[in-house]
Design a protein around this ligand. Structure first.
Ligand code: APR
Length: 229
């Protein structure tokens, strides 16, 4: 029976692919205040700005590729039962070959009705004011904005609770509830944290053995494979 590995990935995992992180540029995301373009209030205040912002992000996603970290994570499936729980809305884990990816904060290449809590659908082009779903309501990006529920949280927490190894990679661990997922780890699970500037792990109420690797996602994954897995 293969051991279970859960990857908890954040924006730092996609940084080497050329996608901006959220908090490395003093809290601005591509020059915007995150709360202006990634919150439900921002959507109500200025939907056109929010749609334009995600149109830029979506167009950029067509032009970038997975990096070595994504490929090394996908390759883990040869030896482990792997679940990727990502805060990222890009599809780079999937494009690198990961087969079980849970997107806590939604997916850039999906859209949904802005009114009914309907299923999302694949949508890889721009979304503009006036683009309507079949019931005649404005469609929006299928992204979990600040101020909204995280529908996949329970599923993700269950996966963490079953994991033999947990690899936290490229996240500042500042956004909840995603940052609290590691608390669901079994006491005997091995926990690894790969980050260029790791967050202070004292905050983690972890009894688990924790190995911190201060490196880029790609080099850190290689180091983890060479030295620990
Ligand atoms: N390799 C590894 N780690 C990196 C790299 C890199 N090349 N570049 C940056 N990092 C690290 C930073 O040190 C930081 O710890 O990636 C982390 C990025 O943190 P954030 O920008 O806060 O991104 P993330 O933790 O994913 O944010 C969580 O916040 O704005 C919301 O919904 C949004 O999903 C996002 C959530």
């Amino acid at each position: 029976m293969k051991e279970r590995v859960v990857i908890l990935s954040g924006a730092g995992t996609s940084a080497e692919s050329g996608l901006s992180t959220f908090r490395d540029a003093d809290g601005l995301w591509e020059g915007h205040d995150v709360m202006e373009v990634a919150s439900i209030e921002g959507w109500h205040q200025n939907p056109a700005l929010v749609l334009a912002f995600y149109n830029e992000r979506r167009r950029q996603l067509h032009d970038v590729e997975p990096n070595k970290a994504h490929y090394l994570i996908a390759k883990l499936e040869q030896d482990y039962k792997v679940t990727v729980v990502t805060q990222n809305v890009d599809d780079l884990h999937e494009r690198a070959g990961s087969n079980h990816v849970i997107h806590l904060h939604g997916e850039l290449f999906k859209a949904k009705s802005s009114l009914e809590p309907s299923d999302s659908f694949i949508h890889k082009s721009d979304i503009n004011i006036g683009d309507l779903c079949e019931n005649g309501n404005q469609i929006r990006p299928d992204i979990v904005w600040f101020g909204e529920q995280v529908p996949m949280l329970e599923v993700a927490a269950y996966e963490v609770s079953q994991a033999d190894k947990i690899i936290i990679i490229g996240t500042s661990m500042q956004v909840y509830p995603a940052a609290s997922l590691v608390d669901y780890a079994k006491p005997e699970a091995d926990v690894y944290y790969i980050d260029l500037k790791p967050a202070n792990t004292e905050q983690l109420i972890l009894s688990n053995p924790l190995i911190v690797i201060t490196n880029t996602a790609s080099q850190g994954m290689q180091q983890l494979l060479d030295e620990h897995l």
